[in-house]
Design a protein around this ligand. Structure first.
Ligand SMILES: [Cu+2]
Length: 141
């Protein structure tokens, strides 16, 4: 009986807290880069339909050795990028990763990605939930 209780308890604990209103990703894309490019960038829009802030703490992809979360900004006329440790998507809010702002940055893979290909990213949230995102490689200026 005690064992059953423990089992039940562990099931309850491992349930994602906000399973009813998961974070959503839209319009994910990877910018096609020339063959000489060292780094690639990806963009997407995150929507949080729930009443609680959601926090992205890590991003990975089977196509890249690692994925970094960056913010581009201009300080004293010089453009630079900063690592983002925690990306907060506010309750009932939207966060856009777009050129010139927040973005995902990856070292270019051995085999070049070309327009039309699909790339999967996995976003890990602070509460343990994972969000899988399919991004299309696109040719954009
Ligand atoms: Cu960057």
């Amino acid at each position: 009986m005690r064992r059953l209780w423990l089992l039940l308890l562990s099931c309850l604990v491992s349930q994602p807290l906000f399973a009813g209103e998961p974070l959503q990703a839209r319009d994910a894309w990877v910018r096609e880069a020339p063959p000489t490019a060292q780094m690639l960038a990806a963009y997407l829009t995150l929507l949080n339909p729930g009443p609680v802030d959601r926090v992205v703490t890590r991003v990975s992809s089977p196509r890249f050795d690692h994925v970094m979360l960056h913010r581009s900004e201009v300080v004293d006329g010089i453009a630079r990028m900063q690592h983002v440790e925690r990306l907060v998507v506010p309750a009932h809010g939207t966060v856009r990763l777009e050129p010139g702002g927040l973005h995902l940055m990856m070292p270019a893979p051995q085999r070049r990605l070309v327009a039309g290909e699909q790339v999967r990213f996995v976003l890990e949230l602070e509460d343990g939930e994972q969000l899988r995102v399919e991004a299309e490689v696109k040719k954009k200026p």
